[in-house]
Design a protein around this ligand. Structure first.
Ligand code: HEC
Length: 115
């Protein structure tokens, strides 16, 4: 039959389209990496000391329920010039969208037992 050849071409073409379709979400996910959630940011920068919203470096100053979280402005101000052993994170402070996401995540953390 004459048809078989073109059928085969069609078949491999559709396999190619299918493969391209399957691979595309991977590159899409890579691009999305820049858009991290507040939780991701917290885990990267904050959770080492503020485990579960607490404060392992200074237990009397837990993050969760802190007055610093009163507004995004007080939060930003605090991160711009943190006291004591609380570190300064340039990449956090310089990006409003990062601060906003981080702020919203921190607000949701339940007050720790010690607070
Ligand atoms: C190396 C440990 C460490 C890391 C990492 C850290 N902190 Fe802190 N944080 C502290 C210490 C210590 C204090 C208490 C500072 C003081 O008043 O002496 C503190 C205090 C705070 C407070 C104020 C609590 C209060 O009521 O006084 C907030 C809010 C806070 N941190 C947010 C964050 C955020 C957001 C991050 C991540 C971007 C972060 N911290 C990362 C150690 C850390």
């Amino acid at each position: 039959m004459q048809q078989t050849g073109s059928h085969r071409v069609l078949k491999s073409a559709s396999i190619f389209v299918f493969a391209a379709f399957c691979l595309s979400p991977i590159s899409y996910a890579d691009e999305k990496k820049a858009e991290r959630s507040g939780e991701d940011i917290y885990k990267q920068y904050c959770s080492s000391c503020h485990v579960a919203g607490g404060n392992t470096a200074k237990p009397k100053k837990p993050l969760a329920g802190s007055s610093v979280l009163k507004s995004i402005a007080t939060f930003q101000k605090y991160l711009e010039s943190p006291p004591g052993h609380m570190p300064y994170y340039k990449s956090v402070v310089e990006d409003k969208s990062v601060i906003k996401k981080l702020y919203e995540y921190c607000r949701k953390l339940p007050k720790t037992a010690g607070a």
